[in-house]
Write a protein that binds this ligand. Structure first.
Ligand code: UDP
Length: 373
């Protein structure tokens, strides 16, 4: 015997929790099925036995320019004023990234740094941001040796090896939008997301925020339940599917390509493991970056305990995961799958859209979609 549900949502990731929240608010009934033993999918976090807030899978930092998204999320959590910074490890020096005018002084002798700063300011306005591609083009067009030098330096030391290590594709071949996420800043702003209006970490934790979003009698959540195990016994008006679109269709046209990362948590008996929340390693080691979780919450009462937890990000292999390879060949394949998608099956988020989204865009994607229904 099969049961009937109005809206069946597979997996409790941020996008689908937002869908559930929005539909329930419109008096629709929602059944959300989650194969893990917790909600939040890879954004799940918890306090460990030392009172340190750990993101179980990988670090999540919220940043956005959208006032409506800030307002929406603010209904379910309040925010700390966390400003994210990243240091980049270059031959044992730690340098601010995105590369900015300050970074010059951390890398080069002071006088030479001053000279390069003047060169950059000759071609770009103070406080502007420039993609590595714009910098390279400018250097080529102007035929200025110093501009060429700094452009080559940043490309070689910051982007080239990191991109190959992280995505297994050369910096020249990858979709330029990927590297454009980390521009060069013609300013002294050392924050990783300097141009975003809002950046924060939730007061409490993400999981608490998700619980608040799901707190509606129209929503039922079933944990520890695999879709495959119940799909023959359940009928739905609409299905919201989290996993990849090619998987849903049993790869009938072929596989879309993704890049997978391993996230390795390690605990240490020390108050502090590293100098900053995140340190990037473009050129050495197998990992691309290390995050020390407690540094997201420097005001936490447990900040000074002699324990800390870090997360190492180790690029792994081709597999379904958060990093779609958005090149022409894959987009063509995506279009084929989209053309055969029934009206009552909805794919959202990275795997459904085959697009790399930040958290705010994931929510925006859902709110826009719900508002267009
Ligand atoms: N990137 C880089 N060196 C860095 C940081 C980033 O080359 O130190 C490039 C790389 O291509 C990466 C992209 O910028 O895939 C986006 O970086 P971001 O920090 O946004 O990575 P994500 O959070 O998407 O893993």
């Amino acid at each position: 015997m099969s049961i009937y549900v109005q809206n069946l949502i597979i997996w409790a990731w941020l996008s689908w929790i937002t869908v559930a929240q929005q539909l329930a608010e419109r008096w629709e009934k929602v059944l959300l099925i989650e194969q893990r033993n917790h909600i939040g999918w890879n954004c799940y976090d918890y306090y460990d036995e030392n009172g340190i807030l750990v993101h179980k899978y990988w670090p999540h930092i919220f940043h956005t320019d959208f006032d409506d998204i800030r307002e929406y999320v603010n209904r379910f959590t309040s925010f700390t004023n966390y400003q994210h910074t990243v240091l980049w490890c270059l031959d044992n020096h730690l340098v601010p990234i995105p590369f900015n005018l300050d970074s010059l002084y951390w890398v080069f002798p002071q006088e030479y740094a001053k000279h390069l700063e003047n060169v950059l300011l000759q071609y770009f306005e103070y406080n502007s941001k420039v993609t590595i591609w714009q910098l390279r083009e400018k250097a080529k067009a102007e035929n200025n040796e110093d501009l060429q030098f700094i452009s080559d330096y940043i490309f070689e030391k910051v982007f080239k090896n990191y991109t190959m290590k992280q995505r297994w594709i050369s910096a020249e071949e990858i979709n330029p939008n990927v590297m454009n996420r980390v521009p060069i800043l013609i300013s002294r702003d050392n924050r990783y997301f300097p141009k975003n209006k809002y950046q924060w970490m939730p007061v409490g934790w993400y999981t608490k925020m998700f619980e608040n979003m799901l707190d509606n009698p129209n929503i039922k959540v079933l944990l520890n339940t695999k879709y495959d195990d119940i799909k023959d016994n359940i009928e739905y008006e609409k299905l919201y599917y989290t996993w990849s679109i090619d998987d849903f269709f049993d790869y009938k046209f072929w596989r879309l390509e993704y890049r997978k990362t391993l996230y390795k948590l390690e605990e240490f008996d020390m108050q502090s493991y590293q100098k900053n929340t995140v340190i990037n390693y473009p050129n050495d080691f197998e990992y691309t970056r290390i995050t020390e979780y407690k540094k997201f919450y420097p005001m936490s009462p447990t900040y000074n305990v002699e324990k800390t937890v870090i997360c190492k990000e180790i690029p792994w292999k081709w597999d379904i995961d958060a990093y779609p390879i958005e090149d022409e060949k894959n987009i063509e394949l995506l279009n084929k799958y989209q053309s055969i998608t029934p009206d009552n099956v909805i794919f959202l988020w990275r795997l459904g859209n085959y697009k790399y989204f930040d958290m705010d865009k994931a929510i925006k994607n859902v709110l826009d979609w719900v508002n267009n229904q």
